[in-house]
Design a protein around this ligand. Structure first.
Ligand code: TRP
Length: 356
């Protein structure tokens, strides 16, 4: 048996929005890189979800899909270990979305706090498309089509995972004779098609932007990009503001400067030493700490810049990587779909899906 078969399966995804920055690295990609060896990883690019609010700009959504793969490769995801998957190239996801939509009360879907928040924040009012709330059902299909056990996500995605767990339980109980008393962990052993997936939330970090105020985000103009030059990094890190007046003033080792120290300086002894001296005002200026932060970020970015250069302008390679990721995803998801259709008495024929 190949080792891939013995590894637990992991799926996570992103709605493509454009260039990745250090916030994405700290918040999710760094963790993905760590998990590549212990899990069979699928990283989904949710381009259908992007259409919930951007159906009028298909060209931009498409190029964002390519860029998000390019940036993740640059950050260190290894395409020989992990699969990148384009959501709209996986028919099982759409088919399961339709089926799961039948198993969920409409009002249950609309009660999802993440959906409600998005309607508010994006000012969608009552003009949102039918597909907007459907995306939450679609996300349950993204996860369950892969029969993923682990789903590393941020806090805001937890309601979607709850919905996913509910659908999986309902399906297994209704069509696979799994008892409604069964433990989540036992569903597959008892004949259920779907493992009940777990959100892996605790380990994802949040990076504050260099304005020191809000979460790092491209649209807020406080982001450090992996394409930034050494000079740009220095300038941006230089803007981290603490209000401290002199190198001998006792400082707060929980301020934004130390948020960056902890995110980017790996040597834990050095971090402890800096904190100690900062707190005591032991002749250590903010400027010096910024310099160490900028150096650490540049050291982190150096191999990323090199890989980014290697993939720059080479869309053919990105397309090849996507195609093999999708082909692997087709194997896994077609098997799931076949099992699910069989269980729900919807399967009449065998079929094969493949790309030309
Ligand atoms: N909704 C997620 C986001 O915007 C992206 C996403 C789509 C996802 N499908 C997923 C995340 C499946 C985890 C699992 O961040």
């Amino acid at each position: 048996m190949s080792s891939a078969l013995t590894k637990p399966r992991l799926l996570t995804g992103d709605t493509p929005t454009g260039q990745l920055h250090l916030g994405h690295y700290v918040g999710s990609v760094r963790r993905r890189i760590e998990l590549q060896d212990t899990y069979e990883c699928f990283f989904l690019i949710a381009n259908m979800h992007a259409f919930t609010t951007r159906s009028h700009e298909p060209d931009e959504v498409r190029s964002d899909c390519i860029e998000i793969v390019r940036d993740q490769l640059a950050m260190g995801i290894d395409p020989n270990k992990s699969s990148f998957v384009i959501q709209t190239e996986i028919p099982a996801i759409s088919e399961l979305t339709y089926l799961f939509a039948m198993l969920l009360p409409f009002n249950r879907v609309m009660r999802n706090p993440t959906l409600k928040e998005e309607i508010k924040v994006k000012g969608l009012g009552d003009t949102y498309s039918f597909g907007f709330p459907l995306y939450a059902v679609g996300q349950t299909a993204d996860i369950l089509a892969f029969r993923a056990q682990s789903v590393p996500v941020g806090e805001d995605q937890v309601p979607h995972l709850e919905l996913t767990r509910e659908v999986a339980r309902r399906f297994n109980q209704m069509y696979c004779d799994v008892s409604d008393q069964a433990d989540d962990a036992d569903h597959v052993k008892l004949g259920g098609v779907f493992p009940i997936p777990a959100a892996d939330v605790g380990t994802v970090g949040k990076l504050v932007g260099y304005d020191g105020k809000q979460k790092m985000s491209k649209s807020l103009g406080n982001a450090i990009f992996i394409t930034d030059t050494e000079k740009q990094i220095k300038k941006k890190v230089g803007k981290l503001y603490t209000g401290r007046q002199s190198p001998t003033e006792p400082g707060d080792p929980n301020n934004v400067l130390f948020h960056y120290v902890e995110c980017f300086i790996n040597d834990q002894d050095r971090v402890a030493e800096l904190k100690d001296r900062y707190a005591r005002g032991d002749n250590i200026g903010d400027g010096h700490i910024k310099q160490e932060i900028a150096e650490a970020i540049n050291k982190l970015l150096e191999p990323m810049r090199q890989r980014r250069e290697q993939y720059e302008g080479d869309d053919d390679t990105i397309m090849d990587i996507l195609k093999s990721g999708c082909a692997h995803a087709i194997e896994v998801t077609e098997e799931t779909l076949s099992l699910a259709k069989e269980a729900a008495q919807m399967k009449f024929f065998d079929r094969e899906v493949r790309y030309r």
